[in-house]
Design a protein around this ligand. Structure first.
Ligand code: HEC
Length: 118
C-alpha cells in the first residue's frame, strides 16, 4: 500500500533516466558516422571526432600518436595503418570505415598545411 505513494515518483525518475540517454552527445556524434555512406562521408569531422584524441590538431601536431602532416610514408602505408591499426598502439578502423572512406582520410591527411586551418 505504501509503495503506491512513491510509484509516480519512481515512474518519473525512470522516464527522466531513459529520456536522457538519446540526447547524450556521444550518441549524437556516433550516429552520423555509422549511417554515412562514402558519398556523404566527411573526413575532416570524422578525423576531429575520432582521431584527434591521439593525432592532435587534425594530425598537424604530435600527441599520443605521431604528427601526420608532411608524413613521409606512402599513401598505401597510411591506408594500411588506418585500416589495420598497430597492436597496442592504435586501433584498427577497417571495421568502422569502408576502403573509400579510409582513402578520403588519407587525402585529408595529405591536404594538411602548417599555415592553414583544415
Ligand atoms: C589511441 C590513440 C590513437 C587513435 C585514436 C588514432 N591513432 Fe593513429 N596512430 C596512433 C599511434 C600510437 C600511431 C603510431 C603507430 C606506430 O607505431 O606505427 C599511429 C599511427 C597512425 C598513422 C601512421 C603514421 C605513421 O607515420 O606511422 C596514421 C596514418 C594514423 N595513425 C591515422 C589515424 C586516423 C585516421 C585515426 C582515426 C580514424 C587514428 N589514427 C586514430 C594512435 C592513435
Amino acid at each position: 500500500m505504501k509503495l503506491s505513494v512513491f510509484r509516480p515518483i519512481l515512474c518519473l525518475a525512470a522516464l527522466l533516466f531513459f529520456a536522457a540517454i538519446p540526447v547524450s552527445p556521444a550518441a549524437d556524434e556516433k550516429a552520423p558516422v555509422a549511417a554515412a555512406g562514402a558519398s556523404d562521408f566527411n573526413a575532416k569531422n570524422t578525423f576531429r571526432n575520432i582521431c584527434s584524441f591521439c593525432h592532435e590538431d587534425y594530425g598537424r601536431k604530435a600527441g599520443k600518436g605521431p604528427q601526420l602532416m608532411n608524413n613521409t610514408n606512402s599513401d598505401e602505408y597510411l591506408f594500411n595503418r588506418i585500416k589495420n591499426g598497430k597492436a597496442g598502439r592504435m586501433a584498427a578502423f577497417g571495421g568502422a570505415f569502408t576502403d573509400d572512406q579510409i582513402r578520403d582520410m588519407v587525402k585529408f591527411i595529405r591536404s594538411l598545411r602548417p599555415d592553414q586551418e583544415p
